[in-house]
Ligand binder design. Sequence first.
Ligand SMILES: O=P(O)(O)OC[C@H]1O[C@](O)(CO)[C@@H](O)[C@@H]1O
Length: 241
Amino acid sequence: MRIIKATNYSDMSRKAANVISAQVILKSNCVLGLATGATVLGIYQQLIDWYEKGDIDFSSVHSVNLDEYVGLPAEHEQSYRYYMDHNFFHKINILSENTNLPNGLAENIDEECRRYDALIEKLGGIDLQLLGLGHNGHIGFNEPDQAFEKTTHCVTLKDSTIKANARFFEHEDQVPKKAVTMGIKSIMQAKRIVLCVSGITKAEILKKVLTGPVTPALPGSILQMHPNLTVVADAEALSLL
Ligand SMILES: O=P(O)(O)OC[C@H]1O[C@](O)(CO)[C@@H](O)[C@@H]1O
C-alpha cells in the first residue's frame, strides 16, 4: 500500500488526477473504473482542466462506473449517469458509447448485474479503479455485511448511507433505497486501485479501513489485501494514522 499525503482537498484532487492522467498517458486505451460522490468531483475538474489545455486525451479510454441507483432514469439529476455526464464525460473527449454504468432501470436487475460483470470481463478488466470511501466504510455501494459480495449485485442501502446521500436530494425520502453495485471481486481484480479520502469526518473510518481487521463489516478493509493500492488522502483524513 502506498499512501500519498495531500495538504488539503484541492491538493488531494490534483495528486489523484495525476495518477489517473499517468494511467491514460501510459495506456491510451485503458479501462478506468470510476466513482461518484463529492470526494472525486475535484479530481474530475482537474482532469477536465488538463484536457482543455490539450494535456490528456480520453478518445480511446473506456469507463465502467461502480454503481447506480435503482429506479432513477439517466435524466434524473441525482442518477449517477447524470452525475458522470455533467461532471465529467460531457466535458472531455471520451466517446459516450465507451462509458458504462449499471442500468438501474433494467426490468430484470439480476440479468443486468450479469450483463455488467460480462462487460467488465469483455473489456479485459479494469486498469485503474478510482474509489471514494463511505462514512460506514462502504466502497461502491458495498455496504457493511456478514460476507463480501463478489460480483455485481443489487443492495439495499443502509439508513446511514441514505442519510449521508440525502444532502443531494430535496427530501431524504426521495433517496432510492436500492442500488446496483460492482462487487468486491470486480473491484479487487482491478490492476490498480486509487482510494481518495478527504476531511476530518473520514479520519476514523480511514484508520479502521487501513489498519483494522479485514472484515465484511467494513467493506473497504479488503483493500489492505490489494497488491497495488494507492491511497490519496488529505492531512485531515490521515490525522489519526
Ligand atoms: O465522496 P462522498 O460523497 O463522501 O461519498 C463516498 C462514497 O459514497 C458514495 O457516494 C455512495 O454513497 C460513493 O459513490 C462514494 O465513493
